[in-house]
Design a protein around this ligand. Structure first.
Ligand SMILES: [Zn+2]
Length: 131
């Protein structure tokens, strides 16, 4: 059995993940640009593999844009390297086929950002009602 290389976050990653405060999701845009290599490393990490598998669990694996079942994978709605704080958040994930994933460029759709933040805000509200 080959052992997967353990993913070690580089210092800026570490700092950032520590500073994420889910109660204050307004600080949402990091102008930091991680290197492509660092982005790729994340996709090999246990953190991502776990997130991805949990997201796929129990779902009908088809593309949310076109319905195709061809090479469906879990995609980040917001670019990973800019929205590092949402890297494992289920609201930022979607199932895309190979084609649609390729078509999608790495730009930031602010409607999606607003949508995700609204959902998170609602969750937070509902949690406070329950207390
Ligand atoms: Zn598709």
């Amino acid at each position: 059995m080959s052992k997967r290389k353990k993913y070690k976050p580089t210092p800026p990653f570490k700092q950032l993940s520590k500073s994420i405060d889910w109660k204050q999701p307004f600080n949402d845009y990091y102008p930091l640009k991680y290197s492509v290599r660092e982005g790729h490393e994340f996709y090999r990490s246990d953190e991502w593999v776990k997130t991805r598998d949990e997201f796929k669990e129990g779902k009908d694996l088809k593309c949310c844009k076109c319905g195709s079942r061809d090479h469906v994978c879990v995609d980040h709605k917001l670019p990973l390297r800019r929205f590092w704080q949402y890297r494992t958040h289920p609201y930022n994930l979607q199932l895309l086929c190979h084609k649609c994933n390729k078509k999608k460029s790495n730009y930031t759709d602010y409607n999606i950002l607003r949508e995700i933040k609204d959902k998170i805000r609602l969750d937070t509200l509902q949690q406070s009602w329950r207390v």
